[in-house]
Design a protein around this ligand. Structure first.
Ligand SMILES: NC(=O)c1ccc[n+]([C@@H]2O[C@H](COP(=O)([O-])OP(=O)(O)OC[C@H]3O[C@@H](n4cnc5c(N)ncnc54)[C@H](OP(=O)(O)O)[C@@H]3O)[C@@H](O)[C@H]2O)c1
Length: 434
């Protein structure tokens, strides 16, 4: 059995490919069913975020497992394998485990150390458990990845500072504004007419960062008004005009900076929609949605300048050097956690022998106890019987403790196999079902 991961991320594929692979919550059940239908796949989990789609699986055979997952991804995206495979990565065993720990720790994120990925890994665990697609191995791996992510955030400097895709998007707006004024620096947004489309988690972070970068008022539009109003209420120092999506055209007319962060599957702004406006001042559109909320054809329309998540690289690169050093600090912790998981997994090879040994000794204990109790006759009270039974169990557990600990202790596989053989032979254990 092998742990395999096949996927793609902002490192290996542009947003126009990533958006074809993304799996929405509505399609997750069907995706699990399709993957589990392949007899190579024993356990499976899916991580689908704006910057990555990764499928982790416990597979019988590494190459056949990789191939099964690639077939699924090709069918799901509608891309044939020749188009898709150059964008995919695959890792096996130790590398797959280490990769997941890095992802959970934010070390593989576009914005190094960002916090949202940890909630997305937690969601991956929840979905896997709800859809019964996890078994003991992936369940343990994923749970350990979540605690690794938490450790990275609490025990290293990487988690400090509010970094997210949203903060990078606000920085990109500041940078572009600066560049338009001939300055290579981040400019305050106080003079901008800002609009935000969408009122979910990413929009909340957008509002937070916009406020901290000088924005004092903005328009917030959303599919449902109530959610926009409830988000606005959490920012009492920001003047927020809330509206519905049908007010989007007003925003496109009057704003100078507009962010989109909705979970819509299809673009909500395209070139046709923008062509009706004659703008004197440029409108900067920054789209952090994946799939994209703004179609790529808008770049043809004058008066508008559009950016998507891939354009965030520009600001991210500016901060990356300092964060890289912090990432090194986190990598040590990630290596430790990966080793602990792999040792746990390796120790499982001792479990069948330990179980046989336990049941062999338990059968002897019961038999001998029965003999002794029948010799004692009816004068032996129920309380005394219990004491003798507990004594026999205690002796067996004490005898087993050291060999079981030694058999499960970290050690090279050939050495463990040799020790298991010795135990099986000394205790004459029946290994016919091995
Ligand atoms: N979460 C992250 O870490 C992260 C990072 C980077 C980018 N993104 C991307 O950012 C976008 C928003 O993510 P999120 O985490 O903020 O999502 P979220 O908390 O689930 O919020 C989703 C938002 O999208 C709106 N929405 C959903 N379907 C829509 C549709 N068909 N048409 C118009 N609006 C729709 C929702 O409106 P209602 O309130 O009416 O439901 C809500 O405002 C997604 O494309 C995501 O891939 C997310």
């Amino acid at each position: 059995m092998n742990i395999a991961v096949v996927g793609l991320s902002h490192r290996t594929a542009p947003v126009e490919v990533r958006e074809k692979l993304s799996i929405s919550d509505d399609h997750i059940e069907n995706s699990f069913n399709l993957l589990k239908a392949n007899d190579q796949v024993l356990e499976v989990s899916i991580l689908s975020t704006c910057n990555r789609l990764e499928i982790y699986a416990l597979v019988k055979n590494q190459d056949l497992g990789f191939s099964a997952i690639k077939d699924f991804l090709s069918n799901h995206s509608g891309l044939n394998k020749d188009e898709l495979c150059p964008h995919l990565f695959n890792f096996n065993q130790d590398e797959a485990v280490n990769h997941l720990m890095r992802v959970a720790g934010g070390l593989d994120s576009l914005v190094l150390g960002e916090g949202q990925i940890l909630s997305q890994v937690k969601k991956m665990v929840r979905l896997g458990q709800e859809h019964n697609s996890l078994g003991p191995i992936l369940n343990r791996l994923l749970t350990q990845a979540v605690s690794t992510g938490k450790r990275v955030r609490s025990e290293t400097n990487l988690g400090t500072g509010a970094v997210s895709i949203s903060s990078a998007a606000v920085e990109l707006a500041q940078l572009k504004l600066g560049q338009s004024l001939g300055k290579d620096q981040l400019i305050s947004l106080e003079t901008e007419e800002v609009a935000v489309v969408g009122a979910g988690r990413m929009s909340r972070l957008l509002l937070q960062h916009l406020q901290s970068k000088g924005c004092s008022h903005l328009t917030l539009i959303n599919r449902t008004l109530k959610r926009a109003q409830s988000l606005a209420a959490d920012f009492p120092d920001l003047t927020v005009k809330c509206g519905l999506l049908d007010e989007l055209d007003d925003c496109l007319q009057s704003s100078t900076l507009l962010f989109t962060s909705t979970a819509s599957d299809t673009p909500i702004i395209n070139a046709d929609r923008l062509k009706q406006f004659t703008r004197e001042k440029l409108l900067r559109l920054i789209d952090i949605g994946v799939p994209r909320n703004i179609a790529s054809d808008v770049s043809q329309v004058s008066g508008f300048e559009a950016h998507d998540v891939d354009d965030l690289q520009e600001v991210v690169a500016r901060n990356q050097e300092a964060r890289q050093e912090m990432a090194l600090e986190a990598q040590g912790l990630i290596d430790d956690e990966s080793r602990i998981f792999l040792e746990w997994w390796a120790s499982l090879e001792a479990v069948p022998t330990i179980n046989r040994l336990r049941s062999g000794l338990e059968a002897i204990r019961k038999e001998e106890l029965q003999k002794a109790l029948s010799r004692m006759g009816p004068d032996f009270s129920a309380r005394e019987r219990k004491v003798v039974e507990a004594l026999s169990k205690g002796i067996i557990n004490k005898i087993l403790h050291t060999p079981v600990t030694n058999l499960r202790a970290p050690q090279p596989s050939p050495q463990r196999k040799e020790a298991l053989k010795v135990v099986e032979s000394l205790f004459n254990l029946d290994v016919s079902d091995k």
